[in-house]
Design a protein around this ligand. Structure first.
Ligand SMILES: Nc1ncnc2c1ncn2[C@@H]1O[C@H](COP(=O)(O)OP(=O)(O)OP(=O)(O)O)[C@@H](O)[C@H]1O
Length: 457
């Protein structure tokens, strides 16, 4: 258990975090070699990039803002010092590159440019993502974000992206505010740092990974990667024999992120994994004098926000909804109209003049939980149709048959007859919130109305 004083630290939380996150990171930097910030041109591919500013430095690597000398495009260089990489760190780096490459073009995933190696270092080049990290956005907004801004600018696009990754079998395992870039002006959300990402279809998720404060309970109690290695190598166990977890671990991290952005405080602070498990249980299950779980005591959260947090922070992953399911949560539904309006504006801005016959408000914009995913520029596209092969917005399905077909293809319903059965859930919720929230004729009114299981207290 964390000492009492430490737990009281939950109250202080991140609200006091300095705005300049990079300087905070630098202040904790180790004795890593100074990165080349003096723009010395060296031989080899590295010379293609002009280093501008160091963003982050650790013992193993440096992250710098740079510019492609030919295209002038801003990039981010992740430079790893080979001499300091253990074999497991090297394997992790290779895995990061593999994920970045395979997810290249997936909307919302930081864009991989290239990677190369010289005598001393391995470099990963990424496109510089738009906007600022969520932690900076929160700090620059007075220590917390309003619910509408958080849901529209961060939560909906991030949950859409998470659901997409999970459908592909990818679990990020490192969701936290420092790894989410947000550009409210364009609606873009970019997920960074795939160093802990894992493909469920290719390997067992059986090791502790991520950042303690955002780690789900079922991840906290797992052995470290080194311990797993030891078990397999020396104790002759197979990886499958070890207890595993799944993509619901990301959903927990999302809940922590939402709590932190709305309240300005981190919900769970502890000194180690064992301690953290006790803190999570205590914050969620122990009640204050008025019968409110400690986590919510003194917090001014809407019923929908509290319900979202209660769902995403379920200790048992079996009781935690999937990211796809969370898209139907009333918190997201409630703010759907604003998100939708932004998407319409973006569609309008992107529409070519020849497209004028199809006004952006023609109504086939997706709703949370609908048969759509996120497309180029954060725009919504039918699920199952991914934008990786195209840089232009994809056509949205027009007829209800198209919509139902997309939904069935995306696994939202086994059979189109279920569409009608589901009528009382999300759509009635949206009606009670003030009528049609902007999804016009032909839109997936009934598709998004899968049975709701979210109780808002
Ligand atoms: N492509 C990018 N575009 C813009 N900023 C970026 C990009 N990549 C990284 N950053 C910035 O650098 C910071 C560190 O990046 P990242 O988390 O990928 O590094 P890391 O060394 O793996 O961090 P850690 O291991 O401490 O989580 C981010 O929080 C962000 O501010």
């Amino acid at each position: 258990m964390a000492p009492r004083g430490r737990r009281a630290g939950v109250e202080l939380g991140r609200a006091k975090t300095s705005v300049d996150v990079s300087s905070v990171r630098s202040s904790t930097a180790s004795s890593a070699p100074e990165s080349s910030t003096n723009n010395v041109v060296v031989e080899g591919p590295k010379s293609q990039y002009k280093t501008m500013r160091t963003l982050h430095r650790s013992r193993l690597h440096t992250i710098s803002l740079a510019q492609d000398r030919t295209t002038k495009a801003p990039v981010v260089l992740k430079t790893f010092f080979k001499a300091r990489l253990s074999s497991s760190a090297r394997a992790k780096l290779d895995s990061e590159v593999a994920h970045l490459r395979s997810l290249c073009g997936v909307p919302g995933v930081v864009k991989y440019v290239t990677h190369f190696e010289d005598d001393d270092s391995i470099h990963i080049v990424l496109e510089r993502g738009p906007g600022t990290t969520l932690i900076e956005l929160v700090a620059n907004s007075g220590g917390r974000l309003g619910e509408a801004a958080l849901v529209c600018d961060v939560l909906i696009p991030l949950t859409v992206l998470m659901a997409d990754l999970h459908r592909r079998g990818v679990v990020h395992r490192h969701i936290k505010p420092e790894h989410v870039l947000v550009a409210p002006d364009t609606g873009a959300v970019t997920l960074l740092d795939f160093s802990e990402a894992a493909d469920r279809r290719a390997r067992c998720l059986n090791n502790r990974a991520g950042t303690l404060e955002y780690m789900a309970p079922e991840v906290l109690d797992k052995p470290t990667a080194e311990e797993v290695f030891h078990q397999v190598l020396y104790n002759g166990m197979s990886e499958e024999e070890l207890p595993q977890y799944d993509e619901k671990a990301d959903v927990w991290s999302l809940g922590v992120l939402v709590y932190e952005a709305l309240t300005g405080c981190q919900p769970f602070l502890a000194d180690g994994a064992a301690d953290m498990m006790g803190v999570q249980r205590q914050q969620l299950h122990e009640l204050d004098g008025s019968g409110t779980p400690k986590l919510f005591a003194g917090r001014h959260l809407s019923g929908e926000a509290r319900s979202f947090l209660e769902q995403s922070l379920q200790l048992d992953p079996i009781n935690r909804p999937s990211a796809e399911r969370l898209l139907q949560h009333p918190l997201l539904q409630r703010h759907w109209q604003r998100y939708h309006s932004k998407q319409v504006a973006l569609l309008g801005a992107l529409a070519a003049p020849s497209d004028a016959s199809q006004p952006a408000s023609s109504g086939n914009s997706p709703a949370p939980g609908s048969a759509y995913g996120s497309g180029p520029g954060g725009l919504a596209v039918p699920k199952g149709v991914h934008a990786s092969s195209s840089s232009a917005p994809l056509p949205l399905p027009r007829s209800e048959a198209d919509i139902v077909q997309s939904a069935v293809a995306a696994g939202w319903m086994a059979h189109s007859s279920e569409v009608g059965m589901a009528g009382g859930g999300a759509s009635s919720n949206r009606r009670s919130a003030g009528g049609n929230v902007g999804v016009a004729a032909g839109a997936p009114e009934r598709v998004l109305a899968a049975p709701m299981q979210f109780a808002v207290r």
